[in-house]
Design a protein around this ligand. Sequence first.
Ligand code: ATP
Length: 867
Amino acid sequence: MSSPAKKRKLNNATKNEKPQSKGLEYFFSKQKQNGGSPAAVPESSPAGVDEAPLTDEELARKLQAEWDKEAAQMNAQNSNKTKITETQEKNETEEPATVDEPQLEQPKSADPVAFFGGKKTLALQSAGMDEDNITISIPLDEPPLTFEPSKYIDQLKDHWYKDGGHASYALLTRCFVLVSGTTSRIKIVDTLVNCLRLLIEGDPESLLPAVWLATNSISPAYISMELGLGGSAISKALKQVCGLDSRSLKTLYDKYGDAGDVAFEAKKKQSFTLRKPKPLSIKGVYQSLVKIATTQGQGSNEIKQRIVDRLLQDARGGEESRFIVRTLCQHLRIGAVKTTMLIALSRAFLLSKPADAEYETKDISSLAKLRKEELAEVWAKAEETVKACFAKRPNYNDLIPNLLQIGVCEELLIRCGLALHIPLRPMLGSITRDLSEMLTKLQGRDFTCEYKYDGQRAQVHCDENGKVSIFSRHLELMTDKYPDLVELVPKIRGDGVSSFIMEGEVVAVDSATGELRNFQTLTNRARKDVEIGSITIQVCLFSFDLMYLNGQSLLDRPFRERRELLQSLFTEIPCRFTWVKSLDATSAESETVLDFFKSATENKCEGIMVKILDNLPDVAYMGGDDAETKEEEPKLQIPKSKSKGKAKAKSDNGDQIEPAKKKSRRKALLATYEPDKRLDSWLKVKKDYSSSFDTLDLIPIAGWHGQGRKAKWWSPILLAVRNEESGTMEAVCKCISGFTDVFYKANKAFYDDGSETGEPKNTRLQMPSFIEYSGPMPDVWFEPQEVWEMAFADITLSPTYTAAIGLVSDERGLSLRFPRFLKKRDDKSLEEASTNEFLAGLWRKQEASATTAGGASKVAEEDEDAE
Ligand code: ATP
């Protein structure tokens, strides 16, 4: 399930098919053309509703009569079951309506059919308010060591039982409300832990769906399950369910920006329902999403629309509607991303277990007595286990059932180990400023430098039957994209190899000479269902790692050994399959390394990847940001001009460098393959971008009308970093540099305000609530969709921008001087854009080097329009 925040690149997307989160106004403009009417009777009536052409009021009366009858029968069995209540939702404070009011009024009495003034509107409300009260009264954000699920479970179960037996969506909603209402990571984790514990102890079956919903997805990346809902489906549902006309809805949308917030407001204004609401359960909501994603073929749009309508009809009150709509838009914004969820799961399973499970849980009172550091250690150990499992098998469908059975233990690592045709999360490299920083970090170690090819990372799985799966860096299945690689596998697989998982970079090459082609060439290759005969862009797989061989994981083997196996057991096929070009070296061989780096960049590579070859636990790790360690380190210099013979590494003052004798507090770097970790045992050294050694991956969020020649385009463009904690985007700079006219034109067509076409696309007029920006207002806001790699001269403390505020200064944020567009990062989702934390880290690094160089940072005016 892709999302603006989590824009998954699926194998089945065609070249120009970008997942788009269209502004609702785009759909309104279409609906206006079709003549939308206020509170129209649904085109496709909800299940069970007679298709007779009744007015809304007649229909509601008819239904009410039916429900009254039904309610009377049910009352006989259980006098508590169905209630008609006031529509005013408890615990929700109505905001004064400053927008155009919809044509329906709130009823003021509990009378099922109430007539007010001259307007005669109907008033019905769902049963189940009791449950809301119970859920709301649970202190979900309490510290888990004082929170006692057992106090609430019986009562909750009682209510869940009445509504069908499974945990209510109200519980998850309550958790979302609390989580999105705080920026405190501790509170977010605590709330999630408590909610998960209630489910583990009260309704374990609902745990897995709850985890999918909270992580804003319905399946792992490698299983293609897309909701495929347009914004129009949601606006249609809002109109039908909440009785709004297009104008009222548009006004709400313009005011609130976020579709979930619109749903919240719209639901508050709803005064009747056209079908008897059924309280939503977590399981039910998840199943509805799966149904939306899996419904295909003729009539599927209608079926999907009915499901969306139903979800919104059944949502109780504003908050449930808000989160249902955010889920449908695939942008939940609760900050419970993968890492937070894994941490919460590890803690929840240390403290709770299902009634029928036999594993040991921790005694809460003993944990409460531990010192802070001791407790942190207990949490950290469990976290590490759960994260390691998920890195090797990133699928909650595997993790959760096992946790429910055996809790957090060593066996979990075995049960959730590597498996063929399930991609592991790749190991990542840390960025270094330049070669000398790399050499400094790796002093005393044997390492290998490899060409850093500019292509697409591929994880190739092959089982003993010869079945091949190929996965991308983001774990999407892309076997269909590379049938030529699939065909290659039997030829490269040596005699002794039955099954394997290998990693490499797929690069476009000249089929005759094998000469490397740039990344752009590779992107011209079709992404789906490629026929071998139709391939025009030939690729070569440059393999660089082997993680699994003949039924055994190699993750714990040192890289030298894995590489040895990779090179000895597989067969090279010129221009189609080979190994990455490499050079083994040590920090003393700086000149040879420099030559290798140069040859990499001359051969269209982005730079080099440097990898530790052996595990040497007794050698101190010299890298990292630890100031204490840094001070002790002499810095290695790369020779400016090449001299004959191997130059000895020198420190700043010219002294020869010996491997550091003093032991650092840090652990030695390991040469093992660490899935999903970005460690210094893999270092990226990229070619200089001339103005800056670091680049940022920013999100374009708004634009101004250009001047003169650029009058028709957006220029400057406002860019933002992500704040992972709050789920917001923080504006960091305006940019007008590095764009070509062709780019500007395409950019305007993509972020179209509709001024010429009449059909706005990917834009909105109001600042969305998830943007942090207080400078001069742009002319248009972009729907965040893209990640752009940006160079810059340096980072400045800013009087205007609030990016990373609170991280380096309480009063000022950070901005960039001379920002320059480098390229679009089509391979990156919004979730992978640079964060405020990362920006703050770069600033600190810059300040540290400025201080050693005798400089100091000043508050600078951003160089907004430098070109
Ligand atoms: P990352 O993948 O580290 O999150 P990123 O998406 O910004 O960062 P880069 O900084 O370009 O990517 O570098 C990492 C990528 O380089 C790898 O994911 C891989 O696709 C590619 N690569 C090319 N050559 C190699 C190599 N020899 N070893 C490892 N990765 C390589």
